[in-house]
Design a protein around this ligand. Sequence first.
Ligand code: HGY
Ligand code: MN
Ligand code: MN
Length: 414
Amino acid sequence: MSLPTVRIDEDRLWQSLMTMAEIGATPGGGVCRIALTDVDREARDLFSTWCRDAGLDLRIDRMGNIIGRRTGRDPDAPAVVTGSHLDTQPLGGRFDGVYGVLAGLEVMRALNDAGIETQAPLEVIDWTDEEGVRFAAGVVASGVYAGRFDLEYGLNLPDRAGETTFARELARIGYDGEAPCGGYPVDAFFEAHIEQGPILEQEGVPIGAVMGAQGQRCYAVTVTGEEGHAGTLPMALRRDAMVGASRMIDGLYRLAFDVTPPPVITTGYVSVRPNSRNTVPGQVVFSIDIRHPDNAVLADVCARAEALCRAAAAELGVDVAIEESSRRDSIAFDADCVDVVRTAADGLGLACRDIYSGAGHDACNLARTVPTGMIFVPCKGGISHNEREDALPADLAAGCQVLLEAMVARAGLA
Ligand code: HGY
Ligand code: MN
Ligand code: MN
């Protein structure tokens, strides 16, 4: 069911993206908008203003999710929801997450321009802290909304520096909302996102109908040795936590090449105590992020990862503590929603291919309880979580048009 009279505005979408990219812009051409910082608040304020300008009813829920609602002929019908995230990586790009939020807003704007009323209400959401840079391992606010985490867990999450909590930061930036975080019926959820991989661009295909996403487990590993003088402590007497962590991290990297099809294994952060040139490190904490599409293989790789960390610790006479910080099995999106995406692309004459997501998304949480689909669009060189992340206005617009058609197909016309 293509809606020839309703076209999204490519320039308006692009301009909104570029205006939002000025908030937290980095010298390298990317964006740094870490969740619940003042820069995140600035982005939230702008998105909220744009939602109000588009006539949406705005509410903030208990986890700070910002929800813009466009009512329908039947205001009590479960809403068709879209959204993604405004928070970014420290050296993030201008499209990861924010594209899905502003594409959702553009859908509302385009329906307003065309005077279209849907039968069911529509909602667009900015999910708090998808990236998990400061708090836990990400997607926590959509996780509470989808019932994966309880509200108290989410609100009491400490930041990585151990200086504050999620709830205190929400209050500090004025987004400690009172609306319930989930727990009510939703008809369907669609998330538009750049692919963050090279396939669509390499194949020249503008739309990806996302079938699902791979599973993921995250850990915090603490290696404990003993501080010592860099000049006087003989090598044979050292319990060097840095050498222990390095041996583990290198072993994890090698493990990834020892499994077929390969997992992806990443250590993204390391903290060293006391972090001084001339003191043998006494403690090192580092992260592990392991992902694989097959849950059984993922479990096996995780077991092997833990074993190699313990073996390295024993060899070097240091202690190791391995704490799992999050886990999510691979997830399949709703077949009907995937089909709605394919049909929408087809109706628009856009080539579309089925694709799986290597990245995690808020949609992976929603899919636990709500019929969920995702729409991927190409990004340049598949680059993401990088200031060089880039995408073409025409591709972003095509994905947004598919999002509009998919949402209206689900919501129905009044
Ligand atoms: O880590 C992820 O997959 C997502 O980009 N936050
Ligand atoms: Mn994202
Ligand atoms: Mn991301």
